[in-house]
Design a protein around this ligand. Sequence first.
Ligand SMILES: [Mn+2]
Length: 347
Amino acid sequence: MDREIAAARLDRVVDAFQGKERFLVQTHNNPDPDSIACAYAIRYLVQRYTGHTAVIAFGGIVGRSENRAMVRELDIPMVPGSLIDYSEYDFTAVCDTQPGTNYTSFPDGFVPTVVIDHHAPREESLGCAVCIIEPGYGATSTLVGEMLIAKGIPIPADVAMGLFYGIKSETQDLGRDTTETDVEVYTELEKLVDRRIISRIESERVPREYFFDLLKAIEGAVLSGDVVTSELGPVRVPDMVPEMADFLLRADCARWTCVTGVFQDLLYISMRTNGEDSDAGALMLRLLANRGSGGGHPSMAGGQINLVDQDAEGRVATSIAFMAEFVAETRRQGDDREAEPLILRIP
Ligand SMILES: [Mn+2]
C-alpha cells in the first residue's frame, strides 16, 4: 500500500466535490458486494466533506440473497437507476465498472465526474474529471479502503464492514486475484468489523426457488476433459450465473468452468479458472469480440451478449455456440475424453 498515492487520490475525489450540490453514486448493474460497498463509502465521503446526502443508484436487481442481506444489515439506501433523472445531478461517481460498458444504467454517452474501478482502463474513462483505476487489485473495495486508511479519516463501522465484505467476497477470502494491498486493507478493515453481522450476511437464507436453480445448474453440467460448463437458460436472478460458475469450480476435476443464463434479453456469461497461467478476462474479451461485452481478471470473468433480436431458439443456439468455442479454447491439447455429465451416479 502506497499511502502517499492513496491519500492524494482521496484528495482528488474530494476536490471534485467542490461547488457541487447534487451527488449521485452509481454501482454496476446487478451490483455485487464490491460495487455496493464502494458506492456506500463514496456516499460517506460526500456526507463528510460536503454535508450533502448522495443518492446511490443501481441498474438491474440486487438478486443474490447474501447481497440483499448486506444491503439490509448495513442499512444501505439504494435507488433503481430507472427512477433517476441523470441530468439532475452535477456530480456522479461510478464504482467497480466504467462508462462506455453496458454495465451501468447511465444514458448513452453519459460522462460521470469520477470513476473508481479495478478493471482494465477504457478510453471512455479518460473524459472523466477523476479517474482512479487499479486493474491489478483484487477488488475496488481495496482501492477505496486504501484511500480512507491512507488519509487517516475515521471509517464508520458499516462502511468498513461493507468494504471488508466487498474484498472478502470478491477475492473468496483473499484466495483469488489477490495482491499484497488487498491483504493489507482487508486486515486493517477487519479491526472495525462486527463478525456477527458478516456471519449473518454470509449465512442469509435462500428462497425455495434457489434449490431449483441449483438443481438445474448441476443436472445440466457437462464435463469435457477438465472443463465444466452449464447452460441455465432463463434464470430467476442474473447473479445465479457467476454463483454457479464459482460453485462448479469446486469439482476436483475442473480446471475451467463457464456458466450461461438468460435474463431480460441478455445472455449472461461467467467464467472461472484455477489454472495457474490462465487468463479468464483475456479469454472473455477475445470470445466476445464483435458480439458482446465483458472482461475480468486472471481467474474470473463476466460478459454479456444482447439477445433482443433473437427468438427462443436463437437464444439457445447463441449459448450453445458460445459454449462450444469456450470448450475448444480451454480444453487441453491431446485431451480427447468424451464430454459426459458432471454428475457421477453411484450405482
Ligand atoms: Mn469488483
